[in-house]
Design a protein around this ligand. Structure first.
Ligand code: AMP
Length: 375
């Protein structure tokens, strides 16, 4: 299928082609016609599958066709993290070039005034994290009564982060007559319940069975004692892995500690996690994207939504406790048709977690033998 066959309006189609997309991704192929037909969606897809365009393009198509509107925002997109919200906004700006569609991002951690000011100047699309959205509503600065399209992105992560009550509150503020597009990477019971309560005869779309590891990722496992992990990481960065590397740690303190150690041996590294200010996170991300920082060390929550199309390496400095987290992490590489490498450092204590991961991905992660830090 080609983008032309999707019957998107001319300016949106032009922007997609200008972005260098030649073919819709599977989620786009499935979702775009359904959204254009006005149906609700229950989508199972991870970030990295082209999900943002899957809902963004038909939304922009509709806004363009409707023409200018002065009654406040018509589209509300909720995202769990600041990073994901910013990224969705960046994608929207790319896809909306030349269109008279205005988007505003509402994020916590920064001053609310400029955001309210932006809304006053007119807005069609609100992209927000739930907490800040409700703050802005409390300031009586936002009228949500004309929302016709509601997108809930990374719903599973929203629930993990405790946003369920906020989501319920937001839903009370928007019309019941609306189109709802619901996306989640995993489908636990609570997610299905939430989807049932929000969606009206949804069309189910899914890409890649929920828990299979992307085939484009070359996975490697290093067994190592806990106290030698940092030395092994430095060694890998110096000898094996070329270019940008995203490193995952289990804790914020771990992220800071690893970053400090890498800097000590002269590597350009920065950390990103929930204790850092919004400014510091944005800067770390920008420096990493531009290549000024070679290694970004992140916790799982902070890393959600980091979208770097050409990220060649992911390192699991710590084996994640939840097997699904492993799938999310390594899904950061090997995106958009490119290959990637995912390295996992495992200590003897990680055996159980590893067994769970291998069960989930239905394969053994190949172990690298005879490396200098083995044991
Ligand atoms: P997402 O899942 O929305 O975060 O998108 C993942 C990455 O794929 C982003 O860098 C997009 O710019 C890129 N992308 C989205 N759709 C396409 C497409 N049809 N062809 C090539 N790249 C795409």
């Amino acid at each position: 299928m080609t983008f032309t066959e999707l019957q998107l309006c001319e300016p949106v189609l032009k922007n997609v082609l200008a972005a260098g997309y030649t073919q819709p991704t599977p989620i786009q192929e499935q979702a775009i016609p359904v959204v254009m037909a006005g149906r609700d969606i229950f989508g199972c897809a991870q970030t990295g599958t082209g999900k943002t365009a899957a809902f963004g393009l038909p939304i922009l198509h509709r806004l363009h066709n409707e023409g200018p509107f002065r009654g406040g925002p018509r589209v509300l997109i909720l995202a769990p993290t600041r990073e994901l919200a910013v990224q969705i906004d960046e994608s929207f700006r790319t896809y909306a070039k030349g269109l008279k569609v205005r988007s505003v991002v509402l994020l916590g951690g920064v001053s609310i005034r400029p955001q309210i000011e932006q809304i006053r100047r007119g807005v069609d699309v609100i992209i927000a994290t739930p907490g800040r959205l409700l703050d802005v509503v409390e300031h009586r600065a936002l009228n949500l009564s004309n929302i016709h399209t509601f997108v809930l992105d990374e719903a599973d992560r929203m629930l993990d982060m405790g946003f369920l009550p906020s989501i319920r509150q937001v839903v009370k503020l928007i019309p019941t007559q609306r189109q709802t597009l619901f996306f989640s990477a995993t489908l636990p019971r609570e997610i299905r319940d939430l989807a049932n309560s929000l969606l009206n005869e949804p069309v189910h779309v899914a890409v890649a069975p929920e828990n299979t590891t992307t085939e484009m990722v070359d996975q490697r496992l290093y067994f190592v004692e806990r106290d030698r992990k940092r030395a092994l990481l430095a060694h890998l960065l110096e000898e094996d892995l070329e270019g940008s590397v995203l490193v995952f740690t289990r804790t914020k303190r771990g992220a800071d500690r690893v970053t400090k150690d890498l800097m000590k041996v002269g590597l350009k590294a920065a950390s990103i996690h929930g204790d850092k200010s919004q400014m510091a996170r944005q800067k770390a991300l920008q420096d990493f994207k531009s290549g000024r920082t070679r290694v970004l060390v992140a916790t799982d929550i902070a890393a959600r939504g980091i979208d770097i199309a050409q990220l060649p390496y992911v390192v699991n400095f710590d084996v994640p406790e939840a097997a699904e987290t492993y799938v999310h992490r390594i899904g950061r590489t090997g995106r958009a048709g490119r290959s990637g490498v995912a390295v996992t450092l495992a200590t003897p204590e990680d055996r159980n977690s590893l067994r769970d991961i291998e069960k989930l991905i239905r394969m053994r992660i190949p172990a690298v033998r005879d490396h200098p830090f083995e044991g």
